[in-house]
Ligand binder design. Structure first.
Ligand code: HEC
Ligand code: HEC
Length: 335
């Protein structure tokens, strides 16, 4: 199909409708101005409208400057529609399109920033993270594409992780952060509150057990009963010790950092109904160079972890790095 970007009309009818409507309006304005100009006035004529007994309205011709202003607007409309799109689906002789303007602006931006982007792309993430100019570019990108979910300061909000706290669902090494931004992530917890899985009491018990792992308020009797359910119902993902599994985005339940808030009601809801949480993929949309800058920006916010290659025991490294952080930071209890 020949895709005409100057108009989205699917039938010729609306095209003709617009052409006729616009043409007739312009002609009518011109004609009306012209006959108004040719009306004969005698000085001193009155319209017949009278107020307050003696106040009368004179019938005077429109001032010429005023009429000419209107002629000029009519002329402007004709010239404008000859040059730019607007008259039905006619393109106008300048061939201007919104998309054309967008492409031209993108090209100008590419010429301005392109060399910078490729310069940073050649450096590793940790080097880029130290560069002030890269930081500013990364921050602008972050404000445009990420802030609506992660917050302007990257501090997150319930459901959207804090990116500067050193606590990572999926990993805070340069490779992992880049992987997250490029391909997106999907955190999926299956619902447990449906029989034959668990009844409402059991859900509550296991939630109390999970809360006890990080020292949140919990009922010890419930927590003990819940502890017996945990290995079967939860450990496949959150692991037997409750510390989670970064490779699959299963959160650590022992670290006092709560993505969805620390309220008992919310946690019961999550265990009952499950939770699906998605980070969109930006790879195709932003391209390698911008993602490289964003990775450096996020990594440099303070929570970045050393590259995986530096830590052969990948499963242990994050836990070891987290332990002091968890102690230093007071309990983060988002509501
Ligand atoms: C539509 C909302 C949304 C936008 C926009 C968004 N994110 Fe996310 N992001 C999420 C969610 C939700 C998660 C958590 C996914 C999960 O629960 O597994 C997440 C997770 C992440 C993580 C992993 C955090 C961790 O603890 O491992 C990083 C890094 C990240 N986002 C960076 C970005 C960057 C950079 C951008 C901008 C290019 C961005 N996000 C834009 C919603 C969003
Ligand atoms: C299929 C894997 C899976 C199973 C089984 C599972 N979870 Fe989860 N759980 C997850 C994932 C993934 C998330 C994070 C969702 C997100 O990314 O927002 C999560 C989140 C949570 C949260 C919220 C964490 C936060 O930071 O706010 C709690 C509490 C929780 N799970 C408790 C449990 C309990 C208790 C069980 C057992 C009854 C359980 N989960 C079973 C995968 C699982």
């Amino acid at each position: 199909m020949d895709f005409n970007i100057t108009s989205d009309f699917v039938s010729g009818f609306w095209n003709m409708y617009v052409i006729v409507l616009v043409g007739v309006s312009i002609l009518f304005c011109g004609w009306f101005l012209w006959i108004q100009g040719s009306v004969k006035y005698t000085p001193g004529d009155v319209t017949g409208h009278k107020w307050d007994e003696t106040l009368e309205e004179y019938s005077n011709p429109l001032p010429n400057w005023w009429r000419w202003m209107y002629y000029i607007t009519v002329l402007f409309a004709v010239v404008y529609l000859a040059l730019y799109p607007g008259f039905g689906n006619m393109a106008g002789s300048f061939g201007w399109t919104m998309r054309g303007q967008y492409d031209a602006e993108m090209k100008a931006a590419e010429a301005q920033y392109g060399p910078k982007f490729s310069q940073f792309l050649k450096q590793d993430v940790m080097t880029v993270a130290k560069n002030q100019e890269a930081k500013e570019m990364g921050q602008r990108l972050f404000q445009t594409y990420c802030a609506q979910c992660h917050g302007g300061d990257a501090g997150g909000q319930p459901g959207f992780p804090n990116l500067k706290d050193g606590d990572w669902l999926w990993g805070g090494s340069p490779e992992k952060i880049k992987e997250t931004i490029t391909g997106g992530r999907m955190g999926i917890m299956t619902p447990k509150g449906v029989k034959p899985d668990m009844d409402a009491e059991q859900v509550k018990d296991v939630v109390h057990y999970a809360r006890s792992l990080s020292g949140l308020t919990s009922d010890p009797v419930r927590a003990q009963r819940g502890g017996e359910l945990f290995p079967q119902a939860c450990a496949a993902c959150h692991q037997a010790d409750g510390k989670g599994l970064q490779a699959a985005g299963y959160p650590n339940l022992t670290d006092k950092v709560w993505l969805h808030g620390s309220s008992e009601a919310k946690q019961i809801e999550i265990v009952t109904k499950g939770m699906t949480n998605q980070m969109p993929a930006f790879g195709a949309f932003l391209g390698e160079a911008k993602i490289h800058l964003l990775t450096a920006y996020v990594w440099g916010l303070g929570g970045g972890v050393q590259p995986a290659a530096a830590a052969p025991a990948a499963a242990e490294a994050p836990a070891a790095a987290e332990a002091p952080a968890a102690e230093a930071a007071p309990a983060v209890e988002q509501k």
